[in-house]
Ligand binder design. Structure first.
Ligand code: ATR
Length: 262
């Protein structure tokens, strides 16, 4: 029987993880089946237990269960501990293991675009879970200075207070979205504005060389403004592929090449 994998979330119908993992499997010659599992909002733990009891090998976790998955694990990677969220689960010696591959997925997507991260100054807009998950991998990839801009300044300040000890080699700072200005190498939109159809207005005196939108498949006022300035841009499909490759490599011990799937 082929190795069983799944992505669990609510809703789950939109997930592209099965098609990605089946494409990786085909490329690497691994026999697996990857399905979607809709868990009731109050039934995440039962659904995970059910999957692993039935010899499931690995599970990806998506909205709204990443924090619950974090709480459920007996063993966590360093980056999952820092993210306080888990998107990749597997069982080892009867212990549920958790990792968070989202941040490395973003780093790998940016590298595949040939945008330089080493010694860079990065602006991240937004201070929610998406931002929390990417700071440590960006710093490990060489980002030297990261500014977090958020509509609610206090939330950005809190995030920095939480994370600064984990990344002592980088300079982290917070700014209110209304006070935003300056010069950056890369600006990353980690807000949920595009997902909810909201407009995000970038100030005139904000300058940047590259723009990355974490969302994908949605109109993005952020990307529209970056394109109007003639700046190279990307939406978040590469990050999705990157996090999936990272999970695939953990589970199967083989790493597909990101550029083959963009
Ligand atoms: P996620 O886990 O995806 O990061 P989240 O924790 O709900 O989601 O965080 C959403 C982020 O998008 C927050 O930084 C939020 O700003 P606030 O902290 O001020 O709420 C930001 N956000 C959402 N809609 C926005 C908008 N229209 N303009 C600016 N920021 C927005």
């Amino acid at each position: 029987m082929s190795k069983q994998f799944a992505v669990i979330g609510n809703p789950i119908e939109h997930s592209r993880s099965p098609e990605l993992h089946h494409a990786f499997a085909e490329k690497t010659g691994i026999d697996l089946h990857y399905s979607k599992r809709l868990a009731p909002l109050d039934g995440f733990e039962a659904s995970v237990n059910d999957f692993f009891t039935q010899n499931g090998v690995g599970m990806n976790v998506t909205v709204p269960f990443k924090e619950q998955a974090f709480a459920l694990c007996g063993q966590l990677t360093e980056r999952a501990k820092i993210a306080k969220a888990v998107n990749t689960l597997w069982m080892e010696n009867g212990v549920l293991h958790g990792d968070n591959t989202d941040g490395q997925g973003l780093v790998d997507a940016i590298k595949a675009l040939d945008w330089n991260i080493k010694n860079s100054q990065i602006l991240i807009i937004g201070a929610g879970g998406a931002t929390r998950g990417v700071i440590y991998p960006l710093v490990k990839a060489g980002a030297r200075k990261i500014v977090i801009a958020n509509r609610t300044l206090a939330r950005a300040e809190q995030l920095i207070a939480d994370l600064k000890d984990a990344v002592p080699e980088a300079e982290l700072s917070a700014i209110g979205l209304d006070a935003l200005n300056g010069q950056f190498d890369i600006v990353i939109n980690a807000t949920s504005a595009s997902l909810s159809g909201d407009t995000l207005t970038l100030p005139e005196n904000l300058n940047f060389n590259y723009a990355y939108e974490m969302a994908y498949g949605k109109p993005s006022s952020f990307l529209d403004q970056a394109k109007a300035r003639g700046v190279p841009t990307s939406e978040g499909f590469g990050m999705l592929v990157g996090q999936a490759i990272e999970a695939f490599a953990i589970w199967n011990g083989v790493r597909p090449n990101l550029k083959d799937f963009l």
